[in-house]
Design a protein around this ligand. Structure first.
Ligand SMILES: Nc1ncnc2c1ncn2[C@@H]1O[C@H](COP(=O)(O)OP(=O)(O)OP(=O)(O)O)[C@@H](O)[C@H]1O
Ligand SMILES: [Mg+2]
Length: 379
């Protein structure tokens, strides 16, 4: 059975015993709500009781927006399901509850986060709630510290490493974040006025060496359960509460990648609001709060080890943040925060500033001491 709007009612009725949200055979309203590139996301509700609803995420065996000529393993949803499970165990309430996972059809049925907004849209609208940054920092701190290789028995770390050996999705990130943006690649694009800056970046051997080093860390470090795609589009805000979604890139890797990606998307929002100091100041506070709440969760028996571990995570996170900022300016996937700036000269000035900042983060990730030093570079 191919899953689409026409076949979903049958599928849901067949799967009724597992999903258990609706009474059997009740009329259902189904709408496609996903705006993503890879998968199809539907909201299903009981026509008579619309408050009874769920979200279905389906991974076709290809990249949804490109079609069947671009195959992609449906296993991505197995990793998302495993991540939801572990997140629900460790930090329940911070992710949607998972009702059912059907590996054969590659479908997750999960809690409908009704009336939630996407964090990126809130930030674009200038709504910066630093409590959300704290909640996401806490979420990362709990998941990372409780799955961290030095914090769990060896057998547990090996188990995580096997359960999250998501090499297909990891290599997509390696290409699109660490490699393609800094080479000649057909998927890259940028504002024409940015061409001299891009040329300079691609000829900067210090930068390229540091990017290669960070890519090596990304591909080899085995530290903890890493979400792998934790940007501001992967956080929904419901009743002032952050909910993390879209964990199909989850892998057992360098945990600083999550911090770096998340920070980077706050930095991109920061540059996009270059004329609104109130919003910029709140975004700087948000970046600090992420780190404060993260480190507070990072408990380790040996405090010497803890300082060293957090120091390394910080350096990696700064470097990864720089690469994420850059690839969102010159790689295949840009961000709405900046693409939505209608005035082209303003957009170019935002992009130039962000490009300089991202480059510096990458080149100085080993010498920037703390989050205050990173924030100081923004003023
Ligand atoms: N549990 C949920 N409750 C409410 N809305 C949801 C839920 N899960 C996903 N959505 C909506 O569907 C959108 C797409 O979801 P998601 O990011 O998981 O899909 P995706 O296809 O993996 O996207 P991408 O191509 O960006 O990776 C979200 O931005 C959100 O608007
Ligand atoms: Mg996704």
């Amino acid at each position: 059975m191919e899953l689409n709007l026409a076949t979903l009612p049958d599928y849901l009725h067949q799967r009724h015993e597992k999903i258990r949200i609706f009474e059997p055979e009740v009329p259902l309203h189904i709408e496609e709500i996903g705006d993503g590139n890879l998968n199809t996301v539907y909201r299903v509700s009981d026509v008579a009781h619309p408050e009874r609803s769920l979200v279905l995420k389906h991974a076709p065996p290809y990249i949804k927006i490109l079609g069947p000529d671009y195959p992609l393993s449906t296993e991505r949803l197995t990793y998302e399901s495993r991540a939801l499970e572990i997140y629900n165990q460790l930090v329940s309430g911070t992710v949607p509850a998972q009702y059912d996972f059907d590996a054969a059809m590659s479908v997750i049925a999960m809690e409908d986060l009704r009336d939630a907004s996407v964090l990126r849209d809130d930030l674009i609208a200038g709504k910066v709630d630093t409590a959300i940054a704290e909640q996401v920092g806490r979420f990362m701190g709990i998941v990372h510290s409780q799955t961290y290789v030095d914090n769990v028995p060896k057998a547990t770390a090996q188990h995580y490493s096997q359960q999250f050996a998501n090499t297909t999705m990891q290599s997509i990130t390696a290409d699109y974040v660490f490699t393609f943006p800094f080479t000649e690649h057909e998927t890259n694009f940028w504002t024409s006025g940015l061409a001299p800056d891009v040329r300079q970046l691609k000829a900067d051997t210090d930068f390229l060496q540091q990017a290669a080093h960070l890519k090596h860390i990304f591909l080899t470090a085995q530290q903890g359960v890493t979400h792998g795609d934790l940007h501001t589009g992967s956080v929904l805000v419901q009743d002032n509460t952050a909910k993390v979604i879209d964990a199909e890139f989850a892998f057992y890797g360098p945990v600083g990648f999550d911090i770096g990606l998340y920070w980077a998307n706050y930095f991109l929002a920061y540059f996009s609001h270059q004329d609104t100091s109130r919003v910029q100041s709140a975004l700087k506070t948000a970046v600090e709060k992420v780190w404060d709440t993260y480190t507070a969760e990072f408990t380790m028996v040996d405090t010497g080890l803890k300082a060293q571990v957090l120091g390394n995570i910080f350096q990696d996170a700064v470097g990864f943040a720089g690469l994420e900022v850059l690839r969102r300016l010159i790689g295949a996937a840009h961000v709405k925060d900046i693409e939505g700036i209608a005035d082209l000269s303003e957009k170019l000035s935002v992009e130039k500033a962000a490009l300089q900042f991202g480059t510096t983060l990458v080149k100085q990730c080993q010498s920037l001491r703390d989050v205050a030093a990173v924030i100081a570079m923004l003023s």
